[in-house]
Design a protein around this ligand. Structure first.
Ligand code: MG
Length: 401
């Protein structure tokens, strides 16, 4: 077949880090892709020129006031807002594929509604799979939609898994850069500042994921994401530290062969892969010069340095609604840290306290997952308020309740 139809893309999170990279990919391949709908949050300064450039049919923003302003700026454009607006952008009949670059569990309902309608998902929003991966994957299976990960590690696994059958896979190995605190002396962790945590050594990303990378909760969420994407249990998913972020992940097969995927650390690679799969197309992206790399290093993860990773494995093992609680508590704790209301160490403490209080149940619906999400946010808010009120929270006395 030579005739390639233009793929119509619904882009969620258009002004964020993923959205900006996605627009760059679309701009470079105008015959292949067209953006037919776009959603953004509150950054109108960035969204206005994006709308003018891509001329989508439908857009959406977080707030009603911003939606009113867009209607004035672009007469005739269909403009929505809030959660329903996001769902309308994702489920537009003209859209073939939804590129979900929204941060947090807000990306769940649009992803699930689009998957139910048979739209392919190019999924950068890992939280959707953490909160309700079983349901999202089942919806895609039932409708015949494909779910192609944009998260760089999972995109690497997706590629490496093409080297063998599911039955031949022994385990998945996710790589982690180790973030800014990979070799910081542990005794100096109490003095970690917001600026320290935001200084990621290898990736330029949004603030939430940058903090998650510092705590390594990001890798924990990715273990859960991999479990649902590839139907491999957590006990067969490992994590290694790889500071150069060139090997994006690996698959170890039963015969001992390890297939790794490498590329420069630029999110346009996984975005292009997800939008063109099962094809590969000639791209304008920078090439990897392996002779310029010098060396690639790999280290085991120190548990004491990154306790968030153990929490994520524990939530995955509990199963059901536990990962939804883990994720929501983490989102609240990271927001509080970004607002400088809690210290760095309180992020993981908050998540641990909320998980302690959670009674995991079988996950049966998106509504239930979002109820647990809301519950965990309330609990986390309480824990954070208590911690903010007293400089040394009594974690020891309440942790085992
Ligand atoms: Mg990743």
């Amino acid at each position: 077949m030579t005739g390639r139809a233009t793929r119509s893309v619904a882009l969620l999170g258009a002004t964020g880090s993923i959205g900006t990279s996605a627009r760059s990919v679309v701009r470079a391949h105008p015959a292949r892709f067209r953006i037919v709908s776009m959603a953004a949050g509150r950054n109108l300064d960035a969204f206005l020129p994006a709308i003018a450039e891509h001329r989508p049919l439908v857009v959406s923003v977080a707030e009603k006031g911003d939606a009113d302003r867009l209607r004035q700026e672009f007469p005739g454009l269909r403009v929505g807002w809030g959660e329903q607006g996001l769902v309308d952008v994702a489920t537009l009949p003209e859209a073939d594929v939804v590129l979900g670059g929204v941060v947090g569990s807000a990306g769940l309902r649009p992803a699930w509604e689009a998957a139910r309608l048979g739209k392919d998902l190019a999924l950068a929003n890992k939280e959707a799979l953490v909160v309700a991966g079983e349901l999202v994957m089942a919806a895609a299976r039932d409708s015949g939609a494909s779910v192609i990960p944009v998260d760089s590690e999972h995109c690497a696994l997706h590629q490496a898994l093409r080297a063998g059958t599911a039955g031949e896979v022994d385990r998945l190995v996710l790589t982690a850069s180790g973030g800014p605190f990979r070799s910081r002396p542990l005794e100096t962790f109490p003095s970690i500042t917001l600026a320290d945590a935001l200084a990621h050594p290898t990736w330029k990303m949004g603030q939430k994921i940058t903090i998650d990378s510092a705590t390594m909760m990001n890798k924990g969420l990715e273990v859960i994401e991999a479990r649902w994407l590839f139907d491999v249990p957590g006990s067969r998913i490992g994590v290694v530290i790889h500071p150069q972020s060139i090997v994006h992940s690996m698959v170890e097969y039963v015969d001992g062969s390890v297939i790794a995927q490498m590329s420069p650390n630029d999110m346009r690679f996984p975005i292009l892969y997800a939008l063109t799969w099962p094809e590969r197309i000639p791209a304008f992206l920078p090439r990897l010069d392996v002779t310029a790399l010098g060396r690639l290093e790999f280290f085991p993860v120190e548990e004491a340095r990154f306790p968030a990773l153990r929490l994520a494995y524990a939530a995955l093992e509990q199963g059901g609604t536990a990962p939804a609680a883990l994720n929501a508590a983490n989102e609240e704790a990271v927001a509080a840290f970004l607002a400088q209301r809690i210290p760095y160490s309180a992020i993981v403490d908050t998540v641990a306290r909320v998980l302690d209080r959670h009674r995991s149940a079988r996950l049966e619906s998106i509504a239930q997952a979002l109820d647990v999400d809301a519950w965990a946010r309330r609990e986390a808010t309480e824990v954070i308020a208590a911690a903010a009120a007293s400089p040394s929270p009594a974690t020891a006395s309440r942790g085992e309740a």
